[in-house]
Design a binder for this molecule. Structure first.
Ligand code: NAG
Ligand code: NAG
Ligand code: NAG
Ligand code: NAG
Ligand code: NAG
Ligand code: NAG
Ligand code: NAG
Ligand code: NAG
Ligand code: NAG
Ligand code: NAG
Ligand code: NAG
Ligand code: NAG
Length: 522
C-alpha cells in the first residue's frame, strides 16, 4: 500500500526527538539558512573555550523532519543536506586565524609560503594536452603545543585532547594546526613537470594501465595569481614534448608536478585519453570508516583515530585497477581543502593512484556548499564527453543522492554504473534519511545499492553489469532510512508491511521517538 502522509503523532514527535538527540551529541549544528557567506567568524568565537556556543540548537533543526516529509528539505540541518559534517563548518581563515593566534603582519611575513598541490587531470584537445592545476597557497604559523591543545579542544566536543591516547592527541594537534593557516592571495605559482614513475597504493601503479611517459618535462607559470582565498584552479595547455598524443594512445600518462619553492607541493597529474572508463569515488564512509552520521564517532574518526579503510574496499579498487584496461580513478570529496593532505595521504597509501577534488575555499557559503559536488562532477564530465563514469559513494550524503542520478539524466551516455553503499544496512547508528526519488528514471541495471564490498565482486562493469542479482534492491523512490526502517515513496517497497496500518505507525513512531530521545538508537 502507499503511505505518503504520516499520522500526526509521528509528525508531532519526530522533530522533538531529533532536537533532543542532536542536543545530546552534536557539537555545533547549524541550519543552512543561517550560515555565513564566507567563513570569517568573529575572532572571539575562536578563542578556545569549551563553553563556546554558536546559537540555540532546537530552533535550528526543529522542523527538519517536517520538511523532509513535506519534500522540501530546506530546513534539513546543513550537515545532513550537504553531507558535510558539521565539524567542518565555519572553519577560520585569514584574519580570523591571525587574531585567534595574536599574530601581526610581520610575523606572518616571516613564515615560509606553502602550496597545496592537488593531483589534476588533463584532456586531449585540438591544441594538445590541457591539464588542470588546482590547490591553495598558504602560510602555517608555528603554534605552541599548549595553544594547539586549547584550539583542538574547541573541535573535540564531547572529549578533550587530554583524554585522548598520545598518538590520537598528536593527530588531533596536527589536524588542528592544518586548520589554522593563513591563505595567501595574489601569489604567482610555478610548476615543474616531469615523467612520474609510480603513484598510489603499492602494486597499483597509478590506476589501470597508467604509464610513465617518455617526456613532458617543462615549466608552467600558472596564468593567474591566486584568488583572495589563496586558491588557484585552471586548465593550462602544456607542451607535447615527448608525451604521446591523446588520439594515438589509450593509456593514461602520469606526470609529476613539482611546485617551485615548496618541497611539500608535489603531486601527480594524469593525462587521460578521450575514451575509456573513469571511476569517480567519494571517500568518507565508502573508502574509509568515518560514520559522519554518528557525530561523536565521526569527529574522532576524523580528528584523532588513524584513517581506516572500510572493510575490503581496497581489494575491489585494486582489482578494478588491474583488470579494467586504462581505467582512471578520480577521488571526489567535499571535505574542505585545509585537510585534503590527510585524505590524499590515506588514499594513496591504500587505493590506486588518481586525480583528486575537494571543496575549495570559495565554496563555503550556503548555496555553494550544497552545489560543490555537482560543480565538480560537471567539470570532469565536460572534460571527457566521450568517457564513461562509474560513480561510487554511500547513502549518507544527500548531495550524492541527488547529484549522481542527475548525472545519468543530464549526460545520458556517460554514466556506466552508480554504486551506493547503504550505510543504514550495516550501521544502525545511521539515522540520516536519504531520498531515492532521483533514481526513478534510471534503468534498474544502471545502479546498485549494496551492503558490503564483496557485493561488488565479479561484476562485469566494463560491459555494463552494474547489478549483482543476489543483492536485493529496496528502493521506494522517496525518503528512506527514517525511524524503524520506515521508507516513503510510491516505489515497489512502499512502507514496511509490518508498519502498514496507521495504528501500527503511531505505535512505531512513539517507540522510535522514545528510543531516539533516550539515545538508544534503533
Ligand atoms: C609583531 O609581534 C612581534 C612579537 O610579539 C613583535 O616583536 C613585533 O614588534 C611586532 N611587529 C609589529 C610591526 O607590530
Ligand atoms: C591528433 O590530434 C591532433 C591535434 O588535434 C591532430 O593535429 C592530428 O591530426 C590528430 N591525429 C590523428 C591520427 O587523428
Ligand atoms: C604529527 O606531526 C608530526 C610532525 O610533522 C609527526 O612527526 C607526527 O608523526 C604526526 N602525528 C601523527 C599522529 O600523525
Ligand atoms: C606575478 O607575475 C607577474 C608576471 O610575471 C608579475 O607582473 C607580478 O608582479 C607577479 N606577482 C607577484 C606577487 O609576484
Ligand atoms: C618533492 O619532490 C622533491 C624533488 O624530487 C623532493 O626533493 C622532495 O622531498 C619531495 N617532497 C616530499 C614531501 O616528498
Ligand atoms: C570558485 O572559483 C571557481 C574558479 O576558481 C569558479 O569557477 C567558481 O564558480 C567559484 N565558486 C563560487 C561558489 O564562487
Ligand atoms: C577539455 O576540457 C575542457 C575543460 O573542462 C573543456 O572545456 C573542453 O571542451 C575539453 N575538450 C575536449 C576536446 O573534450
Ligand atoms: C537500506 O537498508 C535498510 C536497512 O536494512 C533498508 O530498510 C532500506 O530499504 C535499504 N535501502 C535501500 C535503498 O536499499
Ligand atoms: C523522470 O522523467 C519524467 C518524464 O520525462 C520527468 O517528468 C521527471 O521529472 C523525471 N524525474 C526525475 C527524478 O528525473
Ligand atoms: C534490502 O532489504 C533486505 C531486507 O531488509 C536486506 O536484507 C537487504 O540487505 C537490503 N538491501 C540493501 C542493498 O540494502
Ligand atoms: C554478488 O554478491 C555476493 C555476496 O556479496 C558475492 O559473493 C558475489 O561475488 C557478487 N557478485 C556476483 C556477480 O554475484
Ligand atoms: C575484477 O574486475 C573485473 C572487471 O570489472 C571483473 O570482471 C572481475 O570479475 C573482478 N574480479 C573480482 C574478484 O571481483
Amino acid at each position: 500500500m502507499q503511505l505518503i502522509t504520516l499520522p500526526s503523532v509521528l509528525l508531532a514527535l519526530l522533530p522533538l526527538a531529533t532536537a533532543s538527540v542532536v542536543h545530546r551529541s552534536l557539537p555545533r549544528p547549524a541550519a543552512i539558512a543561517e550560515r555565513q557567506p564566507l567563513v570569517t567568524p568573529s575572532p572571539s568565537a575562536w578563542w578556545p573555550t569549551k563553553t563556546y556556543k554558536k546559537r540555540g540548537i532546537t530552533s535550528d533543526i526543529s522542523g527538519g523532519i517536517h520538511s523532509i516529509l513535506g519534500s522540501i528539505g530546506s530546513n534539513i540541518p546543513s550537515y545532513v543536506a550537504s553531507g558535510i559534517p558539521q565539524w567542518w563548518e565555519d572553519l577560520p581563515t585569514g584574519s580570523a586565524v591571525m587574531s585567534s593566534l595574536s599574530l601581526n603582519d610581520s610575523q606572518i611575513q616571516a613564515l615560509p609560503t606553502q602550496v597545496l598541490n592537488i593531483p589534476g587531470y588533463g584532456n586531449w584537445t585540438d591544441q594538445g594536452w590541457n591539464l588542470r592545476f588546482h590547490g591553495n597557497v598558504f602560510k602555517q604559523p608555528i603554534i605552541s603545543e599548549s595553544r594547539l591543545d586549547d584550539l583542538a579542544n574547541v573541535f573535540l566536543v564531547g572529549t578533550s585532547i587530554q583524554a585522548l591516547p598520545p598518538s590520537q592527541a598528536s593527530q588531533a594537534r596536527n589536524l588542528t594546526a592544518e586548520l589554522f593557516v593563513i591563505q595567501q592571495g595574489n601569489q604567482n605559482v610555478t610548476f615543474n613537470l616531469a615523467p612520474a614513475p609510480t603513484a598510489g597504493a603499492s602494486g597499483e601503479q597509478g590506476g589501470g594501465g597508467a604509464v610513465t611517459p617518455t617526456g613532458g618535462s617543462q615549466q608552467i607559470l600558472f596564468p593567474t595569481p591566486t584568488t583572495d582565498e589563496g586558491d588557484f584552479d585552471s586548465f593550462v595547455q602544456i607542451q607535447e614534448d615527448g608525451l604521446a598524443a591523446g588520439n594515438s594512445t589509450n593509456e593514461i600518462q602520469r606526470l609529476n608536478v613539482y611546485t617551485e619553492g615548496d618541497i611539500n607541493g608535489n603531486a601527480t597529474a594524469y593525462l587521460v585519453p578521450p575514451t575509456g572508463l573513469t571511476v569517480i569515488s567519494d571517500i568518507d564512509d565508502i573508502l574509509r570508516v568515518t560514520k559522519i552520521y554518528e557525530p561523536t564517532q565521526g569527529l574522532l574518526n576524523t580528528f584523532a583515530r588513524p584513517f581506516t579503510p572500510w572493510l575490503n574496499m581496497p581489494d575491489i579498487y585494486a582489482n578494478w585497477s588491474r583488470s579494467i584496461p586504462n581505467v582512471h580513478f578520480h577521488y571526489l570529496t567535499t571535505t574542505p581543502e585545509q585537510v585534503t593532505r590527510n585524505y590524499m595521504d590515506f588514499i594513496y597509501k591504500t587505493y590506486p593512484g588518481g586525480s583528486f577534488d575537494d571543496r575549495p575555499l570559495n565554496f563555503s557559503d550556503v548555496s555553494a556548499t550544497l552545489s560543490i559536488r555537482k560543480f565538480l562532477l560537471d567539470k570532469i564530465f565536460l572534460t571527457y564527453p566521450q568517457r564513461k563514469f562509474i560513480l561510487v559513494a554511500d547513502t549518507s550524503n544527500s548531495d550524492v543522492m541527488k547529484d549522481y542520478p542527475a548525472m545519468a539524466d543530464e549526460y545520458p551516455n556517460q554514466v556506466q554504473c552508480i554504486f551506493l553503499r547503504n550505510t543504514t544496512n550495516t550501521d544502525p547508528g545511521d539515522q540520516f534519511p536519504y531520498d531515492t526519488s532521483g533514481f526513478k528514471n534510471l534503468s534498474s541495471n544502471q545502479y546498485m545499492f549494496f551492503t558490503i564490498p564483496d557485493d561488488l565482486t565479479h561484476l562485469d562493469i566494463v560491459n555494463g553489469q552494474c547489478l549483482n542479482s543476489t543483492i536485493k534492491q529496496n528502493l521506494t523512490y522517496g525518503y528512506q532510512g527514517l525511524p524503524l526502517g520506515t521508507n516513503l515513496g510510491n516505489g515497489k517497497k512502499s512502507a514496511g508491511s509490518h508498519l502498514a496500518s496507521p495504528s501500527t505507525w503511531a505505535f512505531a513512531a512513539t517507540l522510535g521517538a522514545a528510543m531516539w530521545y533516550l539515545g538508544l538508537g534503533l
